[in-house]
Design a protein around this ligand. Structure first.
Ligand SMILES: C=CC1=C(C)c2cc3[nH]c(cc4nc(cc5[nH]c(cc1n2)c(C)c5CCC(=O)O)C(CCC(=O)O)=C4C)c(C)c3C=C
Ligand SMILES: [Fe+2]
Ligand SMILES: [Fe+2]
Length: 311
């Protein structure tokens, strides 16, 4: 039944569409208290320093994938398809570090007469740096404008995990026995984990769930592993790094699944498919395949329907 008073909001990080938007992305990210836990003024200085020193080298990476992050167009495709298939809600997207920002989308939602909202951050595992940051941002601008329900994690959702298994099977051509599978997660500073961020624990549980499902499906990989990509700066980040993990697979075939994302982005298209591919070649990895994220696959739309049931 169509009910135009209910909204589903898909929240994601945002991505650069141009160089000036990469500057905005980095500035907003490093001004986020969930990313840099320092007093506001110091955080502002750190954000300015990191953005200035990182912008040109980071932009070169985006140039190698066509001059923009695929995260925005892919999220838009996902939103369109959810709108076509889930009529009970009007679906919107909100990004954390690039437009469309929460404050603007919330104004549109008020104009559209929305009364009830389901928030679904597009991160399977909860992190204070991603999920909490997006939810806080939305709620700070929404105040008490809507009745809000939240879906904070979905790594345990069976329908979602079936989508992941499908993406993996597609890349191996169901020849699992010839590959070592590496679930590659975006890294996180150890300090944030030590302060109680549940991301690492949920990641370990997620890999366990997926390993069991693969085994039940007869997808018997030579090995199943978890590693962390994308370290930024000199601090200690979660172990093992993807660089170190790849060292184990000289003369072997490797398949990577980007487990922390639902939509392809610069970390999958550039970092995994270009940068880590080069590292793997140097190490002597035989075949190096990178799976697609679930993106706007039909199965993921069905999984979203299931996630927002609130039994
Ligand atoms: C302290 C820095 C960072 C933390 C903590 C962090 C956590 C984190 N990030 C993602 C998902 C994505 N990150 C992306 C890009 C990106 N991330 C950082 C830094 C931290 N991330 C930077 C500086 C960048 C920009 C690119 C670069 O300069 O390296 C993206 C890609 C966006 C895009 O443009 O396509 C995603 C997605 C998760 C899940 C996460 C928490 C664990
Ligand atoms: Fe990141
Ligand atoms: Fe990165």
């Amino acid at each position: 039944m169509e009910n135009n008073k209910k909204a589903l909001v898909l929240l994601n990080m945002g991505g650069a569409r141009r160089k000036d938007e990469l500057k905005l992305f980095l500035t907003n990210m490093f001004n986020d208290k969930n990313i840099i836990a320092a007093p506001k003024l110091i955080r502002k200085m750190i954000a300015f320093f990191i953005t200035t020193s990182r912008l040109n080298s980071a932009w070169k990476n985006y140039e190698e994938i066509g001059g923009f992050s695929p995260l925005n167009p892919l999220t838009e495709k996902l939103v369109d398809k959810v709108n076509e298939n889930i009529k009970e809600y009007k679906t919107y997207q909100v990004m954390r570090y690039t437009p469309p920002f929460a404050k603007d989308v919330i104004e549109d939602m008020k104009k559209d007469g929305i009364e009830e909202v389901v928030l679904l951050p597009l991160y399977p595992q909860f992190s204070t740096t991603t999920t909490k940051s997006s939810l806080e941002d939305f709620k700070a601008y929404a105040k008490d404008s809507f009745k809000i329900k939240t879906k904070g994690t979905f790594y345990k959702n069976e329908a979602f995990n079936k989508c992941i298994i499908e993406e993996i099977k597609e890349k191996t051509n169901s020849q699992a026995g010839e590959f070592n599978l590496i679930f590659s997660a975006h890294g996180l500073p150890q300090k944030i984990v030590d302060k109680g961020d549940p991301y690492e624990k949920q990641m370990n549980k997620h890999v366990k769930i997926l390993s069991k499902m693969l085994e039940e499906e007869g997808q018997n990989f030579k090995s199943i592993n978890l590693a962390y990509q994308s370290k930024v700066g000199p601090m200690k980040w979660l172990d093992p790094s993807l660089d170190d993990m790849l060292e184990n697979f000289k003369d072997e075939n490797v398949i990577i699944y980007p487990i922390a994302f639902t939509v392809d982005n610069s970390e999958t298209d550039f970092e995994l498919d270009i940068e880590y591919r080069e590292i793997a070649e140097e190490i002597g990895v035989k075949e190096f395949r990178v799976c697609k994220c679930v993106n706007d696959s039909d199965m993921f739309i069905e999984a979203i329907k299931d996630m927002i049931k609130f039994k």
